[in-house]
Design a binder for this molecule. Structure first.
Ligand code: ZN
Length: 267
């Protein structure tokens, strides 16, 4: 398959673009939904701000998919994939700012760099082979986690589902072999995580098949494949750099939470 870098950007409501080198082409829809070039092209400079390249209906994640990471948090490797979900409201654009939680909720927010898989076709009770063929492409995902909140609660929804806790990007890349990609996280230039997808316990096709036994994966859905060892805290002012070989660099800032807007809570 020809290597193709695809960026999906939202502009004027919702417009989708693909990037094939220096020029962008407008697509009629997301490429995993069968979008075709409309003929309109423009230079990369015309894009003022890069947005997340995915638009998933759901984000399905797996915990403890690297033995060294399970061990560093004192956990056993699960017998079968340990799934959880992040809401689409947690998505964050490349270059965006991770917002920590109020101290009353969490005093320890951590980075987890992960390989993300963008689903290219509907998968329902599909075989591993069908799932391998159903991968559209790969991207970088940060599974930002309020570790103390995660530990306090049986469900991980709040600890992993907060706003800005799912940065994704900078592009979706197809046509690569994802079986042995370096996966790294730097915080303020210091290397914190340095793993390889070769150490994943359950590989993406088997992971998709496991998920699709229970729930239909739709084109555009995002599956997040777990983090290697080296997770650690983020604090106000940090600059985070996530890297996966072949997939580029995803950089983010970290800041204290903004003052909560006064919400009209009507009983
Ligand atoms: Zn994770």
């Amino acid at each position: 398959m020809k290597r193709r870098v695809v960026r999906v950007l939202l502009r004027d409501g919702r417009v989708v673009f693909a990037d094939d080198g220096a020029r962008f082409s407008t697509l009629s829809a997301a490429p995993w939904l069968g979008g075709e070039p409309t003929g309109e092209t423009f230079s990369g400079d015309a894009v003022a701000r890069q947005l997340t390249p995915v638009a998933p209906g759901k984000i399905v994640c797996v915990g403890r998919n690297y033995a060294a990471h399970a061990a560093e948090l004192g956990n056993e490797v699960p017998e079968e994939p340990l799934l959880f979900m992040k809401p689409t409201s947690s998505l964050l654009d490349p270059g965006g700012t991770i917002e920590l939680l109020p101290a009353s909720l969490s005093e320890r927010v951590e980075h987890e760099v992960e390989l993300g898989v963008v689903v290219g076709r509907r998968l329902k009770r599909s075989t591993i082979e069908e799932c391998a063929a159903g991968v559209f492409g790969y991207t970088i995902v940060g599974d930002i986690t309020a570790r103390d909140l995660q530990r306090r609660e049986k469900q991980w929804t709040r600890g992993k589902g907060a706003d800005t806790f799912c940065p994704v990007g900078p592009a979706v890349v197809r046509g690569i072999d994802a079986s042995a990609l370096g996966v790294r996280c730097f915080v303020d230039g210091a290397l914190r995580q340095d793993g390889t997808t070769a150490h994943m316990l359950v590989k993406p096709p088997a992971l998709l098949a496991f998920i699709a036994e229970a729930m239909t994966l739709e084109p555009g859905d995002l599956v997040v494949t777990g983090t290697p060892a080296g997770v650690g805290p983020l604090v106000h002012g940090n600059r985070v750099r996530f890297e996966v070989d072949e997939l580029g660099v995803l950089e983010l800032d970290v800041r204290e939470p903004a003052l909560a807007p006064r919400s009209a809570c009507v009983a």
